[in-house]
Write a protein that binds this ligand. Structure first.
Ligand code: SAM
Ligand code: SF4
Length: 427
């Protein structure tokens, strides 16, 4: 029995899907955020040594997939309480607020528009948001600008417009090429549509394209997952994220599992699927660079997610979005109506925050950097952590040769157990 590569919460760090600004549907409690959103002095210390990124959360979906607990709403769920227009106005106001609080002397290295379903709101709002970020902060010459998209709401015209507006990277949720598996996941697109979108993105001139896969859906066979991997490889994308299906409490999937309609994903099957993904992707020329992420070249790695994993600064715009600046982490109110009301009243949308102490920062650093292919240098570990690393290397979870060179780097078996190993190294 092994644990999944994607542990949900560890020492306050949400490593689920490995993206820290990703927006699960519940927001934690913490210290209050001042009404004007101001940050303590420590947030600004050493800022010149860190890059600045912006995450933008689009909280709308056409329908809700049964497995998903992200902070997203269908039109029916929202009613008249909020709309794409009120979200856009508020998001633009939050960008103004971010510029006032952070100052505008740092250019933005990466922007990531995620959701929810960004492609649902169309090109115009996304373009206005990117323009506002550029006007306030300036975008680095080599800025990476990603948008997530769903196949059914993405067409050639949208991609052409986004590319023209400066988006450089597309991240598309395929999940599986089996129509049966897509049905269990409540996905409303065909696999063919997702693969068509990849072709259109290439024609539109996107520099990088990612496909997301989910493995371990109840009823999925090894052959179906292998077919999904082969299709992703054949599609010619330069990045793949593969996530084990997590049964989130409160979702339709969780109810189906509880009522015995669907079996719980089996831990050993999940581990085997992970190993299959790594084998097929490696054979096709992809290299893993984070436990759940593979890229064809170094340039194809997602620099935005790397900024999360290496403790840089980012501001999360939108309902429920999380931010991190110099060891201060805060998260916005969750509901789009509350979010819009706060900003319309000239107040910060921050729901709560925490100021990370040295121990919490160390734990977070070890947890996140250990998941990277480069691992972390032993000299950041305490003596107890170094002892933990030696034990992990002795039983094949850390790479022996790397350890001899002073680095803790996971073996493929170690990747299945990453979070447990990180805890023993953080000690
Ligand atoms: C939250 S979605 C947002 C992007 C877009 N709406 C989509 O569905 O592709 C981002 C990715 O999170 C992953 N995801 C969401 N819920 C998950 C779960 N319960 N288990 C594993 N992966 C999940 C999916 O692979 C999805 O592509
Ligand atoms: S489309 Fe994406 S964000 Fe929306 S419910 Fe499905 S997985 Fe969640």
């Amino acid at each position: 029995m092994v644990r999944r590569p994607h542990e949900r919460r560890l020492g306050g760090t949400d490593v689920r899907w490995s993206t820290l600004a990703a927006v699960p549907s519940t927001v934690p409690d913490g210290d209050p955020v001042p009404a004007d959103g101001s940050l303590p002095a420590q947030a600004y210390r050493g800022a010149a040594e860190r890059t600045l990124s912006v995450y933008v959360h689009v909280p709308f979906c056409a329908t809700r997939c049964g497995y998903c607990d992200f902070n997203t709403y269908t039109a029916g769920e929202l009613g008249s309480a909020a709309s794409p227009q009120s979200w856009l106005d508020a998001a633009l106001a939050e960008i103004d607020l971010a510029a006032k609080i952070l100052g505008t002397d740092r250019r933005v290295s990466t922007v990531f528009v995620g959701g929810g379903t960004p492609s649902l709101v169309g090109a115009e709002p996304l373009t206005r948001i990117l323009r506002a970020i550029g006007e306030w902060f300036g975008l680095a010459d080599d800025v990476e600008v990603t948008t997530e998209a769903n196949p059914e709401s993405t067409d050639r015209h949208l991609l052409d417009r986004l590319r023209g507006a400066g988006f450089t990277r597309l991240s598309l949720g395929l999940q599986s090429t089996s129509t049966r598996v897509l049905r269990v996941l409540d996905r409303i697109h065909t696999p063919g549509r997702a693969l068509d979108v990849v072709g259109w993105a290439r024609t539109a001139g996107f520099e990088h394209v990612n496909l997301d896969l989910i493995y371990g859906t109840p009823g999925e066979t090894d052959a179906e997952f292998a077919d999904s991997l082969e299709a992703v490889i054949a599609a010619g994308v330069d990045h793949v994220s593969a996530y084990s299906l997590i049964v989130e409490p409160g979702t339709r999937l969780a109810r189906q599992v509880r009522d015995g309609e669907l079996p719980m994903p089996d831990e050993d099957v999940l581990a085997d699927r992970y190993l299959l993904a790594d084998r097929l992707l490696t054979r096709a020329g992809f290299g893993w660079y984070e436990v759940s992420n593979w890229a064809r070249t170094d340039a194809a790695r997602c620099r935005h997610n790397l900024a999360y994993w290496t403790g840089q600064d980012w501001w999360g715009i939108g309902p429920g979005a999380h931010s991190h600046v110099g060891g201060v982490r805060w998260w916005n109110v969750k509901h789009p109506a509350a979010y819009a009301q706060r900003l319309a009243a000239g107040r910060s949308p921050g729901h709560a925050r925490e100021i990370l102490g040295d121990d919490a920062r160390h734990l977070e650093d070890v947890v996140l950097r250990l998941r990277l292919a480069g691992g972390l240098p032993l000299d950041v570990l305490t003596p107890a952590g170094v002892r933990g690393a030696r034990v992990a290397a002795a039983d094949g979870r850390l790479d022996d040769a790397e350890l001899a060179n002073g680095r803790a780097v996971l073996t493929v078996r170690g990747r299945l157990l990453a979070d447990g190993i990180a805890l023993s190294l953080a000690g």
